[in-house]
Ligand binder design. Structure first.
Ligand code: NDP
Length: 427
C-alpha cells in the first residue's frame, strides 16, 4: 500500500530535508539517462527540414510553454546522449550541473554512481532509469524524478511518495505520436505488411505467401482498453476505416463522443475482448493493470484476434503472449513496449511468430522530442524558480499521488524485476 497516515507524516518530515523547494535556488546536480547515439554518428543527416508547429493538443491544453528561449531547433534528435535533451546551456547558464549517461542499469553503472548526490533525475520511458525503492533510498539529495515523455511506472511511486520526491511527466506530449503508431501496427498486422515487405527485400515475389494471412480492417471490431488521450485518438483515427469501435475504461466517455464515433462501451476488459477482432491497450501500467493480459484473459479472445500494446510491456504476461501466438489464439501481436527496457537479447518477443514489434519508439519521434524536451525545461523552470508545476504534469508531490497522477495511477509499485535490464549489456 502507498501511504498509511503514519507513513505520510514520516514522508512530510523527510520532506523538510529533501523537499523540492527547500533548496530550490541552490546549484543542483541533474542526472539524465538517455539512449545511445545513432551508430552512424551524431548529429544524423535529417530527412526533413522542419516539423509542423503545434500550439494546442486536441483537448485545448497548450503545448509546453517555457519562459526561456529553447536551446534547440524543432526536429533535432534530443533523446540520445549527444542530444542531451537540449538541456546543457539552459542548466549551465543557471549554475547547475548536468550529467548525461546511457549506462543506466546495474550497481556498476555510471547512473548508479552519479545518483548518490543527484538532486534531479530525468529519463525517458524509452530508456528508463528504473528508480526502485533501493535507488531512491541511496539518493539522499533526490528531490524530483522527471519523465521526459508519458508514463512514470519506471519510478517506484510508493517509494517516491514516502521520500517526498516529486514525480512529473509531460502529459499529452506524445499521445498523438503513439496513436499514429497504434494505427500503423493495426494495419501492418491485419494486412500482413511485415512478411510481404520481407519478401521483396529478399528478392522474392510469391504473392500467395504474402496474402495468405492478409485481411481488410474494414468491418472489423476494434476495441481499446482505456479511452484516455491515446485510446480516444486511436478510436478517432480508426473510425474512417469503417470499423466497429469498442472501448472499456474506468470512466465512460461523454454520450456525445460515444454517439459521434458510434462506440460500444463495455464494463469490463473481458466483455470487450470477447467480441473484438483487434484489441489495443492504452492504459497506464500500475498495480491494477500489471499482468492484465495473462493466459486466462487471452483465452477469452476470439481466435485469431490481433493484440497491440504500446502502453507498457508488463501489462502483458510475456510467455502467455508467446504461447498465444504459437497456438494461433492470437493471429498477431505488435507494439513497442517491452519489459525490461532494453530487453535481454534472448527476450522471446524478438523471435515469436507473427509479431510486429519495434523498439520503444512510438513516443520519441523527432516531432514528439521537441515537445517533451520543452516540457522538461518548463518543469525545471518551475522547480528552480519555486513556481507551481502544471497540474497536468504532476504525478506525485508532497508525499502522495498528485495532479494527473492521482487520477491515472493507483497506489503501489510496478518497478519490480527491472534489474533484469542489466542483462542487455551483459550478453
Ligand atoms: P491518459 O491518462 O490520458 O489515459 C489513460 C486512461 O487509462 C484513462 O482514461 C484511465 O482511466 C484509463 N485507465 C487507468 N487504469 C485503467 C484500468 N485499470 N482499466 C481501464 N482503464 C484504465 O494517458 P495516455 O492516453 O496519454 O497514455 C496512456 C499510457 O500510454 C501511458 O500511461 C503510458 O504507459 C503509455 N504511453 C506509451 C508511449 C509510448 O511511447 N509507447 C508514450 C506515451 C504513453 P480514467 O482516467 O478514466 O480513470
Amino acid at each position: 500500500m502507498l501511504a498509511s497516515r503514519s507513513m505520510r507524516s514520516v514522508a512530510r518530515r523527510m520532506g523538510s530535508a529533501r523537499g523540492l523547494h527547500a533548496s530550490a535556488r541552490q546549484d543542483m546536480k541533474v542526472l539524465v539517462a538517455l539512449y545511445d547515439d545513432p551508430e552512424t554518428g551524431y548529429p544524423p543527416k535529417y530527412a526533413r527540414d522542419d516539423i509542423p508547429h503545434i500550439e494546442k493538443y486536441p483537448d485545448g491544453q497548450t503545448t509546453p510553454t517555457p519562459q526561456s528561449e529553447l536551446p534547440f531547433q524543432p526536429g533535432e534528435l534530443l533523446g540520445c546522449v549527444s542530444g542531451e535533451l537540449g538541456l546543457r546551456k539552459f542548466l549551465e547558464d543557471r549554475g547547475h550541473t548536468l550529467v548525461v549517461t546511457s549506462d543506466k542499469d546495474g550497481p556498476d553503472s555510471q547512473f548508479e554512481k552519479e545518483l548518490k548526490d543527484a538532486d534531479i533525475v530525468i529519463s525517458q520511458p524509452f530508456w528508463p532509469a528504473y528508480m526502485t525503492a533501493e535507488r531512491i533510498a541511496k539518493a539522499k539529495n533526490l528531490k524530483a524524478c522527471l519523465t521526459a515523455g508519458i508514463g512514470s511506472d519506471h519510478v517506484d511511486l510508493e517509494a517516491a511518495c514516502k521520500n517526498n520526491v516529486t514525480v512529473t511527466e509531460v502529459t499529452f506530449c506524445n499521445s498523438i505520436s503513439v496513436a499514429e503508431h497504434v494505427c500503423m501496427h493495426i494495419l501492418t498486422l491485419v494486412r500482413n505488411f511485415v512478411p510481404a515487405h520481407k519478401i521483396v527485400c529478399e528478392g522474392g515475389w510469391n504473392i500467395a505467401d504474402a496474402v495468405s494471412r492478409s485481411y481488410d480492417v474494414e468491418g472489423m471490431s476494434v476495441g481499446t482498453i482505456a479511452a484516455g488521450r491515446i485510446g480516444l485518438a486511436v478510436l478517432r483515427r480508426m473510425a474512417p476505416f469503417d470499423c466497429k469501435l469498442h472501448y472499456t475504461d474506468r470512466h465512460r466517455l461523454s454520450p456525445e463522443v460515444e454517439k459521434e464515433l458510434n462506440l460500444t462501451y463495455h464494463e469490463t476488459v473481458e466483455d470487450m475482448v470477447k467480441v473484438c477482432d483487434v484489441v489495443t491497450i492504452n492504459c497506464p501500467l500500475h498495480p491494477e493493470t500489471e499482468n492484465m493480459m495473462n493466459e486466462e484473459m487471452l483465452s477469452k479472445f476470439k481466435r485469431g484476434a490481433y493484440l497491440i500494446n504500446t502502453a507498457r510491456g508488463k501489462i502483458c504476461d510475456r510467455d502467455a503472449i508467446k504461447r498465444a501466438l504459437e497456438s494461433g489464439q492470437l493471429a498477431g501481436y505488435a507494439g513497442d513496449v517491452w519489459f525490461p527496457q532494453p530487453p535481454p537479447r534472448d527476450h522471446p518477443w524478438r523471435t515469436m511468430p507473427n509479431h510486429g514489434m519495434t523498439p520503444h519508439i512510438s513516443g520519441t519521434s523527432l516531432s514528439a522530442q521537441h515537445r517533451y524536451a520543452a516540457g522538461v525545461i518548463e518543469t525545471l523552470e518551475c522547480i528552480f524558480d519555486n513556481k507551481p508545476i502544471r497540474d497536468e504534469y504532476l504525478i506525485a508531490q508532497n508525499g502522495s499521488l498528485a495532479g494527473v497522477g492521482a487520477h491515472s495511477y493507483s497506489p503501489g509499485n510496478a518497478t519490480g524485476g527491472s534489474d533484469e535490464a542489466v542483462k542487455f549489456k551483459n550478453k
